[in-house]
Design a protein around this ligand. Structure first.
Ligand code: HEM
Length: 209
């Protein structure tokens, strides 16, 4: 396997530390009793928002690669995508543990009362499919189908935004901010818009994963 340039390794380390820090911070809050009256719900909501922020960051890396021509962004994209999936899985785990208390009868009732959970679960299933096929082996095996499969990330984003909208309902201020960024990133992927993007950074810069 080709050696990894040092700056790519440094970027990876930075992304690792940046993605892990909020989890440490929220756990610390829970441990010292600073997470409010419902620490389980505190973790659930923060992990949900964290997963959405990471999903938007992941999606912003393709336009950034096009703008700057720095291929290193595509190396970090896979790492951020895996963090998105990890946050979303921890979000599900905190729901099962702290909200349901692993009571499977309550799960059936909750799914009827709060259908947005099914929407969230569909988004998580897509993220799972993308996470397990994000390696080089799957890329080789799937060939051209890999790109089509990974376009499903936009379906996941729409489902997550719907899931979030259903939770917040009337309080749209925060949701609108996330939705605007998501919409902007989707527009940037349209060929008509992507072709008009300015290119900085002269020669394409290569970086190996
Ligand atoms: C099986 C999968 C999922 C389940 C069971 C689930 C469950 C929940 C629940 C119960 C809430 C509302 C908490 C409340 O207000 O009481 C919630 C909120 C939320 N979830 Fe999920 N979710 C799932 C998947 C996802 C995924 C995949 C994402 C993002 C990638 C996500 C992002 C969010 C966000 C942003 C909120 C709102 C947080 C806030 O109001 O601050 N969820 N989820």
């Amino acid at each position: 396997m080709a050696a990894q340039p040092r700056h790519i390794f440094a970027w990876r380390l930075l992304v690792f530390a940046a993605a892990l820090t909020p989890i440490g911070w929220w756990s610390y809050h829970v441990a010292v009793g600073a997470a409010g009256p419902e620490p389980g719900r505190y973790l659930l909501l923060n992990l949900g928002q964290g997963a959405l922020v990471l999903l938007l960051c992941t999606l912003s890396l393709t336009p950034l690669t096009k703008l700057t021509r720095w291929k290193g962004f595509s190396v970090i994209r896979r790492q951020l995508g895996l963090w998105t999936f990890s946050y979303a899985s921890l979000h599900l785990l905190s729901y099962l543990l702290f909200i349901l208390g692993l009571n499977w009868t309550a799960l059936g009732e909750d799914l009827q009362k709060r259908p947005y959970i099914i929407v969230g679960a569909l988004a998580l299933l897509i993220l799972l499919a993308l996470a397990v096929t994000s390696n080089r082996y799957a890329m080789r095996k799937l060939g051209k189908r890999w790109k089509s499969l990974h376009k499903w990330v936009y379906a996941a984003l729409c489902l997550v935004l719907l899931h979030f909208l259903w939770v917040v309902r009337a309080d749209l201020a925060e949701w609108s901010g996330y939705a605007a960024v998501g919409l902007g990133l989707m527009l940037l992927r349209l060929p008509a818009v992507a072709q008009r993007l300015p290119r900085f950074g002269g020669r394409p810069k290569r970086a190996r994963a």
